[in-house]
Design a protein around this ligand. Sequence first.
Ligand code: FAD
Length: 920
Amino acid sequence: VASQLNYWDWDGSLDRITDRLGQLFRRAAMTDPPTFINLDMEEYHDLEITIAAFQRLLDDPEFFTNEAGIVLQTYLPDSFAALRELVGWASARRQSGGGGIKIRLVKGANLAMERVDAAIHGWSQAPYETKAEVDANFKRCLDWVLRPNRTQAVRVGVASHNLFDVAWAHLLGRDRGVSERLDFEMLQGMAPAQARVVKAEAEGRGLLLYTPIVRDDDFDVAISYLFRRLEENAQPGNFLRSLFDLDPAGTTFAAEADRFRTAVASRWEVSSRPRREQARPAPAAFGAGRDDGSFLNEPDTDPAVASNREWAAALVTQRPTPVEAELAETIGPIDRAFDRARRAAATWAATDPGDRRKVLHAVADELARNRGRLISCMVHEANKTIAEADPEVSEAIDFARYYGDRALDLDGHEHARFTPLGVIAVVPPWNFPVAIPAGGVLASLAAGNAVILKPAPQTPRCAEIVAECCWAAGVEPDVLQLVRTPDNEIGQHLVTSADGVVLTGSADTARLFLSWRPELRLFAETSGKNAMIITPHADIDLAVADLVRSAFGHSGQKCSAASLAICVGGVYESPRFRRQLVDSVQSLEIGRTDVLSTVVGPTIEVPSNKLERGLRVLDDGEEWLVEPEQRDDQPQLWRPGVRIGVQPGSWFHATECFGPVLGVMAAVDLDEAIELQNSSEYGLTGGIHSLDRAEVERWVERVEVGNAYVNRVTTGAIVQRQPFGGWKASSVGPGAKAGGPNYVAQLGTWEPTKIGDGTAEEFLAAAAESDERWWREEYSLEHDPTGLFCEANVYRYRPLPMIAVRVGPDADAALVKRVLAAAAVCSVPTLVSMTDTESDVDFIARIVGLGLDRVRVVGDIDDRLRRLAGERLIHLADDPVTADGRLELGHYLREQSISWTLHRFGNVLDARNQAADRRR
Ligand code: FAD
C-alpha cells in the first residue's frame, strides 16, 4: 500500500485507500491458514488516514472478527497519538465482539530515504531529527501501551534488535502481568545469537523471526530487502553497529546504557507534533524576502499533509474565470501595444537593477499567494493533473527570484556595457502554461526590457494570471502587456515587430519565425526526441518506474519527456523488464484531471498528425507491448502505448510525437545505445539507468544533450539546480539555459567599453587576461550550487566540436585575433571564412556538411546569410566583440546540466558532488 501512495497521489481519499486495503485483505483471507495482515506505513506520513482506512475495514462486517496488525513507526512524532487512537478503538471493537488487533512497534526503517525526500523537496523531515528523540518516543509508546487494560484488545510486537529496549519491554511486561500479550520480533540474519537468547528467555512464547518469502523468480527482491535492512542497521548511531563490542565493562556498552537511560528519563517530554506541517494556501516560508543574496528553491506542496489534500480537492472543483484580454483581430491593437511598450521601456531600462530585483521578488510572493488559482486554471485549461501543475507554480516563483537576482549581474562588467534589447515578445506553449510564460517574461523584465506576452491560444487565462501577478507586484501595465492573437498573420505581425523573441515551441515554428524576419533576435527552446538508456547494470524496478514517469507525466506532453527506451543487451528481452513495464503502464489511472486520482489526463487536443500516427500506426519490426487505447469515447483520452521493436533510423526513432506513446529499442552494448541516443537531430534531455559507475562516466562524457539524468526521471528541471535547455536542433539562438546563470544576460546587447588609450594591443591584452580568468573561475569548472547530499546537480560547459568564424569585408583584424584567441582558450577548433573569398551559399553548405550549428561573426554580413542560416537553424553570433571573457568565451561552449542520483534507498553511494565547486 505504501508504495502505491506515492508522489502522484493527491487523492488520499479514505474510500480509495480502504478499497485498496480491502483488496489486500481479501487476497490474504483466501489463504489457509489466513495470513495475518501487517500494514506498514513507509514513506507515507498521513498516519491519520491510513489508520482510519484500517479501522474502517476491520469494522466492516466482512472482517469484523478478523485479527489484523498494523505497524507504528515511532520515529514519526505523531505515532504516539496514533497508538492511543488505535488502542481506544480496538478496545471498543473487542467489547462489541470483534477481533483483536496487533500493533508492531518499530523505530522505523526508512530514515535515509526520508532524509532524501525532505532534501529534494525542501520539506522538513517527517521523522525526528535525533535518535535520542526516537528512542524516547519508542519508550513512551511501550510504557503507555504495556498495561493490562490496554493489551486486552491489542497484542504488542516489539520489533527491535536493541537489547536494552527488548529487555526493558520484557521486564515491563512481566512486572505488569502482560507478558502473554507481548511478542518479540527480529529479522532473519541480523543478530542470530541474540535472537536465540531472546527466544529462550521469552518464556515459551517464542520469537517471531521475519524473513521475506518470494517466488523463485523474484529472489533478488528478497536479497535486496535483507541487504537494505542490514545496511540500515549498520548506520552510525544504530544499536547493531555496536553489537560486536558490547562488553559490559567497555565504553560502547556504557554509551548504549547511557542512551537508554536518557531516553527512559525523557520519554514523557519528547514532542508528539507532526513535523510536516506545511499548510496551503498560505505561501511557503521561503517566500519571505531573503536579501542576503542566497537562493533557495520554493518547495512544492506536500500531499502527505491532509489539509493540503483538502485544499487540492477544493481547487479542482473551481473553474477559472474566462480570460479578460480581447483577441486582437487586426494589427492595430498590436501596433498600439508596441508604441506603449517602447515608451515605457526606457524608464524600466533606466531603473536600478536592485529595484528591478525588488519588483521581481515581489512577483515571486504574488505568485506564491496565487498558487491555488494558478493550479485550478492549469487543471481546467491545460488538462494538467495537480501533481504536474503544483511544481510548475514553484518553478515560476523560482524564476522570479532567480532572475531578479541575475539583474544585479548585468552591472560591473569590466570591458562591456549592457543595453536591453527594447521590447521582447514572449511566445510560450500550452504544455507549461504558467512556468514558461513566467520564465520568459521575468527574464526579459530582469534584463530591463518591456514585454509583450502572447499566450498560447489554448491556455490564455493561465498566462493572464501570471501577468496579473506581475502587475499586482508593481510591474507597470505598459512594461508588461498581454496581447492575444490567433496564430496567423496577426501573430506574425506581433512576432516581427519585436526587438527580440523568446519562443518555446517546435523547431518548425522557430524556422518559420526566422523566415519571416531573418535578422530576428530569437531565443528559442525547441523540440526533443529524448531517450533513456537502461543497461543490464540497472535496478530494473527503479528504471521502469522512472521511465514510465518520464514518458507519461502530463500524458507525455513535455518537451523533456522520455520517448524512447534503449535497452542494452539482455534488458530488451528480459521478462522482468517487460512485465514491470506492462504492469506499470496498465496501472496508470487515466481520466479527467479534476479527479485527484488521475495520473494521465486527456491530451490538449485530439491527437493528429505525428501523434496520431504514433498512437495508431506500427512500422516494420514493431509491435505493441501495450496498445494505446482511446478511452470512453473521448477522443483526447488515451491509455498510453508502448511499442517494442523500434528500428534504428525508423520513423519513430527520429520523430517527436508529443503524447502518450513510448518506443523501446534494443542495443547490443552501451556504445551502440549511446550512438542511437545521439543520432537524433535534437539534444534536449537524455537519461541512463545503470549502477555501474564506469558505464555512467562513459555515458556522461559522450551523451549529446543539454540535460542529462542519471538513475532518475528525465523531466522536472528545477531552476538553478538543473538549468534547462538543449543542444543541436533543440535550441535556436545563443542557447543559454533557462533557470541558469547566463539566461538574463543574453537578453540585451553588450557594447565594448574603451580600454586604456584604445589601442589594439591594450584591447588584446585585456581580453587575454579576462579570458584566462573567466576560464579558470567559471567555464572550466563543474558547479553544483544546490549542493544536495543525495543528488549531484552539475552544471558545466562543454566545448563545441568546432566553430565557424565568418569575417566580413570591413572586419577589424584585432577583433578577429581576439575571437580566435577565445576559441583557443576553450580548445575549440576554428574554421575561418572570409566573405570576399567564400560565398554565403558555399559557406553555409560547408558548415552544414560539418554539422556545425553556430557561427561567430566579425564585421558585417548580409541578409542572405541570415536567411540561409535561419532555414537551417544555425545561430549567427553577431554580438559585438568585447574584451570581456565572460561574454566571449560563452560563444564557444555549450551548457550542460547533469543530475545524478547519489543514493540507493537513501544510502549515499559516492561523493561526486563533494568534488564539485559548490557556490552558494
Ligand atoms: P536502534 O539502533 O536502537 O534504533 C535505530 C533507529 O533509530 C532507526 O529507526 C533509525 O532510523 C533511528 N535513528 C538513528 N539515528 C537517528 C537520527 N540521527 N535521527 C533520527 N532517528 C535516528 N521498520 C519499519 O519502518 N516498518 C516495519 O514494518 C518494520 N518491521 C520490522 C520488523 C522487525 C521484526 C524488525 C526487527 C524491525 C522492523 N523494522 C521495521 C525496522 C525497525 O524500524 C528499525 O529500523 C530497526 O529494527 C532498527 O531499530 P532498533 O530498535 O533495532 O535499533
